[in-house]
Design a protein around this ligand. Structure first.
Ligand SMILES: [Fe+2]
Ligand SMILES: [Fe+2]
Length: 240
């Protein structure tokens, strides 16, 4: 007697795919044998196993998330400490101090360019001249001589050439400042002098912060010691 083969039932794997037992790419209707009693518990076991796997994965994600949060908190604390240490080091770092001065003067020039009111412009111009005067003096008394003394340590030997250029540029800025302080210029000429001075100083700053600071690092300048001396001298000059 020939056993009649039961026609396979059309079932959907959607329910199985839902619990992750079958990859979603197989989520389609297919023909498969009707599950026997033995197969059904296996499906349940698969479901339980999947749930348990999901649970373990969730637990792992939880642990990972906690660890990530802890790492994030720790790195924030480290960042805080690093930023604090950087600020403290920058306070006595000659190069950072000079860079701060450059940025401040640049902001003042930008304010001057936008200001229309005469009284405000006069006050701002005075502040710029004072700031540039003190900055140039610190460089000429402390920073440039220190770089000149260490120039022999610069393997590229560019420090001497850079210093000669910087002194010439300082002289040109001082000439513009003398014109402004002389009082013989009309308003248009005053603005033209301030504009040329701003452009000239921006060019000078670009060279200082670029080539000259690189030469200072190559020559191994003690920037913290220099910075401390410059801070002290700046306080003296501010006190008059
Ligand atoms: Fe300079
Ligand atoms: Fe400078």
């Amino acid at each position: 007697m020939i056993a009649r083969r039961r026609a396979p039932a059309r079932v959907s794997l959607e329910c199985v795919a839902d619990v992750g037992a079958v990859p979603a790419t197989f989520r389609r209707e297919t023909r498969m044998p009707t599950p026997t009693r033995r197969q059904a518990p296996a499906a349940k076991r698969a479901t339980r196993s999947t749930a348990s796997t999901a649970s373990r994965a969730g637990a792992r994600r939880g642990v990972a998330k906690t660890a990530k949060t802890a790492r994030s908190r720790k790195s924030a604390t480290t960042r805080g400490r690093t930023a604090g240490a950087r600020r403290r080091a920058a306070a006595n770092d000659a190069l950072a101090m000079l860079r701060d001065d450059h940025d401040r003067v640049d902001r003042m020039f930008k304010r001057y360019e936008k200001t229309k009111e005469d009284g405000r412009k006069d006050a701002l111009r005075e502040e710029i001249l004072q700031e540039v005067r003190v900055h140039a003096q610190l460089e000429e008394e402390i920073f440039y001589p220190a770089l000149r003394a260490a120039a022999g340590e610069d393997p590229k030997g560019k420090a001497g050439e850079l210093l000669a250029e910087a002194h010439t540029e300082h002289d040109t800025v001082k000439w513009l400042m003398a014109q402004l302080e002389g009082g013989g210029l009309d308003d248009t000429e005053v603005d033209a002098h301030v504009k040329v001075m701003a452009e000239y100083i921006r060019h000078h700053v670009k060279e200082e912060e670029g080539e000259m600071f690189k030469a200072a690092r190559r020559a191994g300048l003690d920037v913290e010691d220099l910075g401390a001396r410059m801070q002290a001298r700046k306080r003296e000059l501010a006190a008059g």
